[in-house]
Design a protein around this ligand. Structure first.
Ligand SMILES: *Cc1c(COP(=O)(O)O)cnc(C)c1O
Length: 360
């Protein structure tokens, strides 16, 4: 016997979503699988995409080495480059690609003795003001890289602050900033994360960087029809482990924050915030019990949460409960909890992971 909490991962849906990303954007696409593939398992996701992905992107060398050890030979881009110059020999040995986003990295790269020239993605701060070279410094950085023996190809990149806001004037300004500054440079371009791939054709270039859309979450929360082609990759589910009936007026769970407005059948489900289900999800957050819509009631606890079964008399002990997946979009749970799908997916832990792949 074991605890029924489970994350089912559909690798065929992941591949489908990668194809959607590539078809929407054109050109080539790095599958972004940082943070353990947004909580889905980086090695499993990379292996499922290995035959068709043009490359992968991760946050740091540790994540990339994990993939190389698992036999992934495709290009892997380090999205923040190196954190200290001492990483450079291993980056060269493992044939990793690097983002250069600040002056000390540029100096360190050009000063290093390397076994081979590196692929560099030179990042412009076009208005997000988080990482990247300021526009005034960008062309000089490019000129220094362009003809240096330590550098193979240079890709020009930038990242958007507000790509998930349809019609954002700020995003338009970022595109204009990038295009004006780089108009005279002949080099491949990469601007688009998932939201820009789906919603901003003007931001398309030679390389896309899809992340969240690979996992089937809609960056626009339903505002754009293009995202309807995506399929959820993760289904977080568990089961009802006990049922009781309480009278109208009785409280449920910690703090008594939910008080039954009618006589209520309360189901206890084996999933809580220690599994990654958000404690901030309020009463009323949707779940699906044996495929039927139902609602969370009371406060989410560490190992359990409670659901109202009053309107589902046929459901009971052992009923399967989808916390998110095909029937309950992860983005819906996220917005009920005041966060985004990215955070929920990254936080899934302790549950059993079960991988399936319809076409392999
Ligand atoms: C994480 C990341 C992405 C992927 O973003 P999504 O919104 O998940 O598609 C793309 N580019 C950079 C630089 C990133 O850090």
């Amino acid at each position: 016997m074991s605890r029924p909490a489970l994350a089912e991962i559909r690798l065929d849906a992941l591949r489908h979503n990668y194809r959607v990303a590539k078809a929407s954007h054109g050109g080539r696409a790095l599958a972004v699988i940082k943070a353990n593939a947004y909580g889905h398992g980086a090695v499993q996701c990379a292996c499922a995409l290995a035959a068709e992905a043009d490359g992968f992107a991760v946050a740091a060398i540790e994540e990339a080495l994990h993939l190389r050890q698992a036999g992934i030979t495709a290009p892997i881009l380090l999205l923040e480059g190196f954190f200290e110059a001492a990483e450079l020999p291993e980056i060269a040995a493992q044939n990793l690609w690097i983002v250069i986003h600040q002056p000390w990295q540029l100096d360190a790269l050009l000063a290093a003795k390397l076994s081979r020239p590196l692929h560099v993605w030179l990042k412009l701060d076009s208005g997000m003001h988080r990482a990247g070279f300021a526009p005034d410094d960008y062309l000089l950085a490019w000129a220094r890289l362009k003809s240096h023996a330590n550098v193979a190809e240079v890709v020009l990149m930038s990242h958007f602050a507000r790509a998930d806001e349809p019609g954002s004037a700020h995003l338009r300004q970022q595109i204009d900033c990038f295009r004006e500054l780089t108009a005279g440079i002949h080099a491949p371009v990469s601007l688009s994360n998932s939201a820009a791939i789906l919603g901003w054709p003007a931001a398309h270039g030679d390389w896309a960087r899809p992340g969240i859309m690979l996992y089937g979450a809609d960056p626009f929360a339903g505002a754009l029809p293009q995202a309807a082609a995506l399929r959820p990759v993760m289904r977080l589910e568990s089961a009802v482990i006990s049922v009781r009936s309480i009278a109208r007026g009785q409280p449920v769970g910690y703090g008594g924050v939910f008080v039954a407005p009618r006589d209520t059948r309360v189901a206890v489900v084996a999933c809580g915030y220690a599994d990654g289900y958000p404690r901030a999800a309020p009463s009323g957050t949707p779940v699906a019990v044996d495929g039927q819509p139902a609602r969370l009631i009371g406060r989410v606890s560490m190992d359990m949460l409670t659901v109202d079964l009053t309107d589902l008399p046929q459901a009971g002990l052992g009923s399967r409960v989808e916390l998110w997946g095909e029937r309950v979009p992860v983005g819906t749970v996220a917005s009920a909890a005041g966060t985004i799908a990215y955070e929920l997916l990254c936080n899934v832990k302790r549950v059993r992971f079960d991988y399936s792949d319809a076409t392999h």
